[in-house]
Design a binder for this molecule. Structure first.
Ligand code: SF4
Length: 332
C-alpha cells in the first residue's frame, strides 16, 4: 500500500471523498430525476460493501480522511447500517458524514447517534403541498418528524434546500425563521442542471447574491460567520437566533479554487469534479487481481488530471449545452 498525499496539478490537496452507495432513491425530486425514475444499476454493476471498504483503505493511505456517504438515498440500500459501522470502526475517518432525505431514519435512530455528530438532510420546503410538488411523494411529515427526532437525540442537522424559482422561493424566509428557535443549519443551494433531461440554461436564476439579498430584505441584523477552508457554504447568523443559515453557490462555482474533493459513484467511477461527465472506472480493477498499489496509481493519476474548476469540467463535456445526467447517478 502506498502512503502519499493526493494532490492535483493545481496544487490542491485532495482529502475528501464523497462515496455514493446507491443510485436508487425513494423520492422523485424533479430537479434530480424524471418522474418515471431512471434506468437504475443492476446489482452486479454496483460496488459491493467489501469493494467499498477496500477502496476506502486504498484512499486512506493517500490522505483521504474526510468521507461523506451519499446516494441516491443511502438508506434504501440494504444493510447500510452495518457498512457505516464498519467504516467508522475500520477506516476511522477524521470526518464522517452522510446526506439523506430522512424518509427512512426512524428505522435507525438507535444507531445514528453513535455514527454521526451531524447529518445533512435534503429538504427544499416547509410546506407539505410544495414537498409533494417537488418530490412527487407525500413524505413531508415523516421527514420533519425524523429531523425532530435527530435533534432530540443530539445529532446536529444541516438542512440542504435547493432554491428553485417558481417552486419554493417562498420557503427561503420561513427556513431562516426556523433557525430563530432551532439550533440547526439551513443551507440554500443554487439549483444545478443535473436532472437527466435539461441543460445548464434551464437552471433557476436565484443565484447566491439574489438569495442573500432576499434574506437581508427581511432580517436586518445578519452576521457573516467565518468559512472553514475548502467549505462550499458561506455561513451567516441572524443576531440572537439559535441556528445559522448558509448559501452554497453550487452553479456559480465560486469555491473551486480550494476544492479538496473527489467522488466515487455507486458503480465505482471516480469523478474528479461534479461537473465532469467522464470518470475513471475503478470496478474492473477492483474485480481483477490488480495489486493495491496499481489501483492507487490509477487514483493518483486521475487526481493529477482534476479540472481547475467546475466551468472547465462543464466545458470538457460535449460543449456547453449538453444534457446533464441525473444527480442520483453521480452522488451529489
Ligand atoms: S465544481 Fe468541481 S472543482 Fe468546483 S468545487 Fe465542485 S467538484 Fe470541486
Amino acid at each position: 500500500m502506498k502512503h502519499f498525499q493526493l494532490k492535483d496539478s493545481h496544487g490542491r490537496h485532495i482529502n475528501y471523498l464523497r462515496l455514493a452507495v446507491t443510485d436508487r432513491c425513494n423520492l422523485r425530486c424533479f430537479y434530480c430525476m424524471p418522474e418515471k425514475g431512471i434506468q437504475f444499476l443492476d446489482k452486479k454493476e454496483l460496488m459491493t460493501y467489501e469493494e467499498m471498504i477496500r477502496l476506502l483503505h486504498l484512499v486512506k493511505t493517500l490522505g483521504v480522511n474526510k468521507i461523506r456517504i451519499t446516494g441516491g438515498e443511502p438508506f434504501v440500500r440494504k444493510d447500510l447500517i452495518h457498512f457505516l459501522k464498519e467504516v467508522k470502526k475500520d477506516i476511522q475517518p477524521t470526518s464522517f458524514s452522510i446526506t439523506s432525505n430522512a424518509t427512512l431514519l426512524h428505522h435507525y435512530m438507535d444507531d445514528i447517534p453513535d455514527l454521526f455528530n451531524a447529518m445533512n438532510i435534503s429538504l427544499d420546503t416547509l410546506d407539505r403541498e410544495r414537498f409533494f410538488a417537488i418530490t412527487r411523494r407525500d413524505n413531508y411529515e415523516l421527514v420533519v418528524g425524523n429531523i425532530q427526532a435527530l435533534l432530540r437525540s443530539g445529532v446536529g442537522v444541516k438542512v440542504n434546500a435547493v432554491v428553485m424559482s417558481g417552486k419554493n422561493t417562498q420557503d427561503i424566509l420561513p427556513f431562516v425563521e426556523w433557525t430563530r428557535k432551532e439550533n440547526i443549519e439551513v443551507r440554500f443551494i443554487e439549483e444545478m442542471p443535473f436532472n437527466g433531461s435539461r441543460d445548464s440554461k434551464d437552471v433557476s436564476n436565484w443565484n447566491y447574491q439574489k438569495i442573500l439579498a432576499h434574506i437581508k430584505g427581511e432580517f436586518k441584523d445578519i452576521e457573516t460567520l467565518p468559512t472553514p477552508p475548502s467549505s462550499t457554504s458561506m455561513m451567516y447568523q441572524v443576531k440572537g437566533f439559535k441556528g445559522k443559515f448558509g448559501i452554497i453557490p453550487a452553479f456559480s462555482r465560486t469555491f473551486c479554487g480550494t476544492c479538496n474533493r473527489i467522488r466515487i459513484t455507486a458503480k465505482g467511477q471516480l469523478r474528479t469534479c461534479l461537473y465532469s461527465s467522464k470518470g475513471t472506472d475503478l470496478l474492473p480493477a477492483l474485480r481483477s487481481d490488480m495489486p493495491d498499489e496499481q489501483i492507487q496509481d490509477i487514483i493518483i493519476n486521475a487526481v493529477l488530471h482534476k479540472e481547475k474548476d467546475g466551468f472547465e469540467a462543464a466545458e470538457r463535456r460535449f460543449g456547453p449545452s449538453s444534457i446533464y445526467e441525473s444527480m442520483t447517478t453521480i452522488g451529489g
